[in-house]
Design a protein around this ligand. Structure first.
Ligand code: NAD
Ligand code: UD1
Length: 350
């Protein structure tokens, strides 16, 4: 079953690199493409090292998905059995200030990919959607049937791409598509050799905590402590990156084994909610570092409580998350302490 060729777009990124490693360990042959806009080729080198003998099954091409000719060349050189499509821009605040950049990159990139896939008769796709499509949910846990909405440009690109996939599959039943809605991926591979390395000031909680812990930032701003939650801070469903990557392997097997798949959506989360202060406490315990806090206003567009219903993924993908916040914080800290400046330390720090 694993004797297949998989194209991974955005393969040098945070989720892409962890998934590529797990695909190789599972026995798949992988071509990763990435324009390195938000990532480093060092991530691919580390994945190859971690993969041992399986590194012979990994190729990397620096390609922008909107470059049809370059993408076509990649498809001409390998007959792919499926594509896992991670490549996209994901910073919510930036998406609001630079909507055309986000629509151009995420939508044109995806449409070009789908067109090139069709031209090469590769019609099996897994796409990275997001829990952002649940907005501020009226109730939790969020099930896949909730009607989606978009609170910002980034979220709208996810909704539009989900719709494009549904329309495409309706128009041609040869397409088999799985849309995975990730909750909050955190942590790193247990080796500490690959992890999340955001450019600029991190938008998300865990990378920010990590940078405070290693001394790159003085304090964490807690965005709101007056929510209707146990300690007043926002609650999210954090999922270990290794579990998330594993969810992609489960989805891939589903695509290959279940001929009845048309276009299906699955949540990838743990089903458990954790508050900001609980996450900070868990990280302090794992790292032995004190995280200074500043109580700040709520961040615009933030929901109070978001966590996943995991039933559909359990039933149909036979997948469930194995790790809890203790392991997430342990592995995040291991990555952070081994790579305090991420993949490429600035001159002044090396
Ligand atoms: P990431 O930025 O680390 O990885 C995305 C990769 O795509 C980067 O390496 C970037 O250089 C590449 N890329 C972007 N545009 C490209 C283009 N036009 N052509 C080629 N490469 C391009 O982000 P990530 O956290 O690994 O996220 C992967 C996917 O999962 C994204 O689509 C993101 O929206 C989605 N997602 C992420 C989260 C999260 O919290 N990390 C949550 C939900 C959904
Ligand atoms: C955010 C995005 C969401 C995106 C997801 C993954 C917003 C409004 N939402 O989700 O669209 O899909 O990231 O990229 O940006 N927090 C702090 N201090 C910080 C950072 C975060 O207190 O410095 C809090 C937030 O208020 C929230 C929790 O930590 O309660 C998690 O935040 P974050 O990691 O940004 O994830 P989401 O808000 O779930």
């Amino acid at each position: 079953m694993a004797d297949k060729n998989i194209l991974v777009t955005g393969g040098a990124g945070y989720i892409g690199s962890h998934t590529v490693l797990q695909l190789l360990q599972e026995g798949f042959r992988v071509v990763a493409v990435d324009n390195l806009y938000n990532s480093s080729e060092v991530a691919i080198k580390r994945v190859a090292e971690l993969a041992g003998d399986a590194k012979k099954n990994l190729a990397f091409e620096r390609v922008d998905l909107r470059d049809r000719e370059a993408l076509d060349t990649v498809f001409a050189s390998t007959k792919f059995d499926a594509v896992i499509h991670f490549a996209g821009l994901k910073a919510v605040g930036e998406s609001v200030h630079k909507p055309l950049l986000y629509y151009n990159n995420n939508l044109i990139g995806t449409i070009t990919l789908l067109e090139v896939m069709a031209a090469h008769d590769c019609k099996n796709l897994i796409f990275s959607s997001s829990a952002t499509v649940y907005g501020w949910p009226k109730q939790v846990p969020c099930t896949e049937e909730f009607s989606p909405s978009a609170a910002n440009v980034y979220g709208r690109t996810k909704l539009i791409i989900e719709d494009i996939c549904r329309d495409l599959q309706k128009s041609d039943s040869d397409w088999r598509i799985i849309l995975l809605r990730y909750f909050n991926p955190v942590g790193a591979h247990p080796s500490g050799d690959i992890g999340e390395d955001p450019r600029g000031i991190p938008n998300n909680l865990m990378p920010f905590i990590q940078q405070v812990a290693v001394g790159r930032r003085p304090a964490l701003s807690v965005y709101g402590n007056d929510y209707n939650t146990s300690d007043g801070t926002g609650v999210r469903d954090y999922i270990h990156i290794v579990d998330l990557a594993d969810g992609h392997i489960a989805a891939l097997y589903k695509l290959f084994q279940d001929q009845s798949i048309g276009c299906e959506v699955y949540n990838l989360g743990t089903g458990k909610g954790t508050s900001v202060l609980e996450m900070v406490a868990a990280f302090e315990k794992a790292s032995g570092k004190k995280i200074p806090l500043i109580m700040a206003d709520r961040r615009s567009g933030d929901a109070e409580i978001v966590y996943a219903s995991t039933e559909k993924a359990k039933q149909e993908l036979n997948w469930r998350a194995k790790y809890g916040i203790e392991e997430m914080c342990r592995d995040q800290w291991n990555w952070a302490s081994k790579n305090p400046w991420g993949y490429e330390a600035p001159e002044s720090q090396s």
